[in-house]
Design a protein around this ligand. Structure first.
Ligand code: SF4
Length: 206
């Protein structure tokens, strides 16, 4: 790799699965694009940030995907879905729904970084109430939480916006919320400030 190649930062992880894991092949593939003195940044979003040459971005992302890595943009986008470890099983804890949420929404451009989380049962290891948008599976349906404020002395947990949703209802409501935020949110306005500004009633009726 030439030292003059312009680098861009991308986020990678192992996708939605049983825990946040990377296998040896994935680590070897990532390390091919790092010099010995470079570092990987591990974020609170269960992502690794790596810098790659911009002129080889497409091929490198293809190579990463080939070994099972998921790649996402860095910046003001919906982050990849944080999940629990699905300890009671893929189907019982709704992993297909989590995968679909990630596929539909991760990487969408929004006014400010938006965190989404999913948890497979009310024990809540995926911490849905401390994310901008959180989903909790309860029996065979899904509860939707929105609007936490995770930082500062005035931190707040998210509120329950809708409960007992079927998967399709869940996707439609989240899509409307994210689209509204993308269109009506001010530049660098956090999701918490956005929903406070437009009001809970507006959000419920989206
Ligand atoms: S939230 Fe429930 S299913 Fe998910 S890891 Fe925790 S206990 Fe297991």
């Amino acid at each position: 790799m030439g030292s003059d190649d312009k680098k861009i930062k991308i986020a990678v992880n192992g996708g939605i699965g049983f825990g946040s894991k990377l296998n040896a092949n994935q680590l070897l593939t990532i390390s091919k694009y790092m010099d010995a003195n470079e570092e990987l940044e591990l974020t609170t979003f269960q992502q690794l940030y790596i810098e790659i040459p911009e002129n080889k971005k497409v091929e490198i992302i293809q190579e990463f995907k080939h070994v099972g890595l998921s790649c996402y943009p860095v910046g003001n986008y919906v982050k990849s879905l944080r999940t629990c470890n699905f300890c009671k099983g893929e189907e019982r804890e709704g992993m297909p729904v989590a995968k679909e949420l990630n596929k539909r929404f991760a990487g969408k451009q929004v006014p400010f970084t938006l965190k989404m989380a999913y948890t497979g049962c009310p024990i809540g290891c995926g911490e849905p109430m401390v994310s901008d948008i959180g989903v909790l599976k309860f029996k065979d349906q899904y509860n939707l939480y929105v609007g936490e404020k995770g930082k500062g002395f005035d931190a707040e947990v998210g509120m329950l916006l809708k409960e007992n949703l079927e998967p399709e209802e869940l996707y439609v409501i989240i899509e409307r919320i994210i689209d509204s935020y993308a269109q009506l949110g001010k530049k660098r306005e956090t999701f918490f400030k956005f929903w406070r500004r437009i009001g809970k009633d507006e959000l419920v009726n989206i």
